[in-house]
Design a protein around this ligand. Structure first.
Ligand code: P6P
Length: 281
């Protein structure tokens, strides 16, 4: 695992430089989800793939930016699914973005995730690593990632990040979101899941939601390289991650670009989600 972490750190330093100087324009390509790829998406993906291809302990990789699984080493132990630069369209308005990595054994599915990493490219570059037990944050300082702290969620938080198109929310979902705001929760939503989820983790807790909606019944966020890595991180930080009804890591992945409705948060908020969806969903 150390060699994978080292590769992610070195790739992240290159991606930081790319964000600072690269072309934020659109490419002529689309990814498998039909999103027009930015030149930053493609360049970030190329950087990460170049590092992973050198690792003998990696069997295969899956990227948000590529249609198919890429085989690396048939004798490798680990499978890595990653989103090279999530929220990349936020770069040209100078908001924070991030990379997300899910590290799996044997198969690409929620039950087989063994570790997760995400990197936030903001005023500072921070890397958060979850080994399936603890959640540790590192900060890029003078060219090295230095340990800063372990991350733990409180039982109940104060922040809410409600994703997706509100006009497409189901009424019971809207009533639940409004209920949290009526209880004094603060809105914290940038449109980038990495900084939005990082903020809730560091500020003690709350709720991030990207639910099933009338326009996206299966949600928008991708299971392997967005939902599952943060699900493992939130669970190891003392919170929960659900699809509205149960642990999101228990769902079955049928395609590497599958999506899932998802809720990440402290226990109080997630238990509220489960209660509302059990009674209405
Ligand atoms: P919406 C960015 O494109 C992303 O994949 C996530 O980072 C973010 O949480 C979500 O989409 C935002 O989607 O529909 O709320 O704009």
């Amino acid at each position: 695992m150390e060699s994978i972490l080292k590769a992610i750190k070195e790739a992240s330093i290159e991606i930081k430089q790319l964000i600072e100087t690269g072309d934020t324009g659109k490419s002529t390509n689309q990814n498998s989800t039909g999103d027009t790829q930015l030149k930053l998406d493609i360049a970030s993906d190329e950087i990460i793939e170049s590092y992973f291809k050198k690792l003998t302990n990696v069997k295969s990789i899956v990227s948000e930016e590529q249609e198919n699984i890429i085989d690396i080493n048939e004798n490798g132990t680990y499978l890595i699914a990653y989103d090279p630069l999530d929220g990349s369209s936020l770069v040209d308005v100078n908001l924070s973005v991030g990379s997300i990595y899910g590290i799996y054994k044997n198969d690409f599915n929620g039950q087989n995730i063994v570790a997760s990493v995400y990197v936030v490219f903001g005023p500072r570059v921070e890397l958060v690593y979850c080994d399936g037990k603890t959640v540790k944050m590192y900060r890029l300082q003078n060219g090295s990632f230095n340990y800063i702290q372990d991350i733990k969620l409180q039982e109940k938080g104060k922040l809410q990040a409600p994703g997706s198109t509100q006009q497409c929310w189901y009424p019971y979902h809207k009533a639940m979101i409004d209920g949290f705001f009526n209880d004094g929760y603060r809105l914290r939503y940038s449109g980038g899941m990495v900084p939005d989820l990082h903020q809730i983790l560091l500020k003690g807790g709350g709720l991030f939601s990207y639910p099933s909606t009338s326009d996206l019944p299966k949600g928008k966020l991708r299971q392997l390289f967005e939902v599952f890595p943060f699900a493992l991180t939130y669970k190891c930080a003392g919170g929960q991650a659900v699809n509205g009804f149960s642990d999101v890591l228990n769902i079955q992945t049928t395609h590497i670009h599958d999506t899932s409705p998802c809720f990440f948060g402290s226990n109080y908020e997630i238990n509220k989600v489960l209660e509302v969806y059990k009674n209405n969903g």
